[in-house]
Design a protein around this ligand. Structure first.
Ligand code: ADP
Length: 295
C-alpha cells in the first residue's frame, strides 16, 4: 500500500515539477514577447520619425535649390557677388542632398542584402583628401581644422574606393557636426599586416559609455541639444558599420562625454582571386566584384 502511495506521490511530484518548468518557460516567453513588442513599437516609432525627418532633409533642400536657381536667373551682370553667394548656397544644399541620398541608397542595398563591392588599387591619402576637400567649405564656415596623418609609409591597398569614401565621409561628417567651432578633427590612415586602419578623432561633445552601444542602431539619434539643432536622421553610423562589415572589417569607438570621440575602422586588404599576377598595378580598373568575377 505504502509502495503504491510512494509511486503516486513521486508521479505527482514529477508532474508538479514539469508544470512548474512549463510555467517558468511560459513566463520567460512572455517576457521575450513583451520585449519583442517593445522593440517593434520602438522601430515603428523610429520609422515614422525617419520619414518626417527625411521630408525635412530632402524636400526642403530641393525647394531651396529650385528657389535659388530661379533667383539667379533674374540677376543681371552687375550682381556677380549675389550670384556667387547663391551658387555657393546651391552647392552646399546639393552637397548635403548628395550625401544623404548616398546613405539612403546604401541603406536600401544593405536592407536588400545586395551590397556590391568593386575592388581596385586605392591610395588612402587620395581617398581621404577627396573627402576632406568636399567638407572644406563646411569646416571653414565653422573654423574647424581637419588634418590627415599618414601613419605608415605604405598607403596603397586593394579595396573598394567608393565604400571607403562613404565610410570616411560619414565619420568626418559626424566629427565636424558634433564638434564646436574652432576645434580640430584628425584623420589617420595606416596599412600594416594586410589591414587598412583609419581613425577619425574629434574633441567634440563625446558620447557617454551608456549611449555608446546604441549609436550604431538604425535611426538612433542621441538626445542632445546639438541633435535638435543639427541635420541627420540616425542612419550614417548604421550604414558605415554595415559597409565596414561587408568589407570584412570592424568599427570601434572610444569616447568620453565632453572630451571627444575616436572612431576606428579596420578593414583587411582584399586578396586577389588567382594571386597578384592578375593585377595591373598601374591602372585603377575594377579588379573584381564581390561575386569573385575578375574584369
Ligand atoms: P546622425 O545623422 O544623427 O548623425 P549617425 O548614425 O551618423 O546619425 O549617428 C548616430 C548618433 O550618434 C548621432 O545622432 C549622435 O547622437 C551620435 N554621434 C555620432 N557621431 C558622433 C560624434 N563624433 N560625436 C558625438 N556624437 C556622435
Amino acid at each position: 500500500m505504502d509502495e503504491k502511495r510512494d509511486v503516486l506521490h513521486n508521479e505527482l511530484r514529477k508532474e508538479f515539477e514539469e508544470s512548474k518548468m512549463a510555467f517558468n518557460s511560459l513566463q520567460e516567453l512572455n517576457v521575450q514577447l513583451r520585449e519583442l513588442n517593445r522593440k517593434l513599437e520602438e522601430s515603428e516609432r523610429m520609422k515614422s520619425h525617419f520619414i518626417s525627418n527625411i521630408r525635412n532633409e530632402i524636400v526642403n533642400p530641393f525647394a531651396s535649390i529650385i528657389g535659388l536657381a530661379l533667383h539667379i536667373q533674374t540677376c543681371d551682370v552687375n550682381q556677380l557677388d549675389t550670384i556667387k553667394r547663391m551658387a555657393s548656397m546651391i552647392y552646399s544644399e546639393a552637397f548635403s542632398l548628395d550625401f544623404q541620398l548616398k546613405n539612403i541608397f546604401a541603406a536600401a542595398e544593405i536592407e536588400a542584402g545586395e551590397i556590391k563591392l568593386s575592388y581596385m588599387k586605392v591610395s588612402l591619402p587620395e581617398i581621404i583628401l577627396s573627402v576632406v576637400e568636399s567638407y572644406a567649405s563646411e569646416a571653414a564656415k565653422r573654423s574647424i581644422k581637419v588634418e590627415h596623418l599618414a601613419v605608415t609609409a605604405s598607403q596603397e591597398a586593394i579595396s573598394d574606393p567608393d565604400k571607403l569614401k562613404l565610410i570616411v565621409s560619414n565619420l568626418l561628417n559626424n566629427c565636424i557636426k558634433y564638434s564646436s567651432d574652432g576645434s580640430s578633427v584628425r584623420i589617420t590612415s595606416a596599412i600594416a599586416d594586410g589591414v587598412i586602419a583609419i581613425t577619425v578623432t574629434d574633441s567634440g561633445i563625446g558620447i557617454s559609455e551608456e549611449d555608446q552601444p546604441h549609436i550604431f542602431d538604425r535611426f538612433k539619434r542621441l538626445n542632445t541639444d546639438i541633435n535638435t539643432q543639427n541635420s541627420g536622421y540616425g542612419l550614417g553610423l548604421t550604414v558605415t558599420k554595415a559597409i565596414v562589415e561587408a568589407l570584412s572589417g570592424s568599427i570601434s569607438l572610444s569616447s568620453n562625454k565632453g572630451v571627444g570621440s575616436t572612431f576606428k575602422v579596420e578593414i583587411p586588404e582584399a586578396m586577389l582571386f588567382g594571386g597578384m599576377d592578375d593585377f595591373n598595378a598601374d591602372t585603377n580598373e575594377i579588379i573584381f566584384d564581390n561575386n569573385g568575377q575578375t574584369f
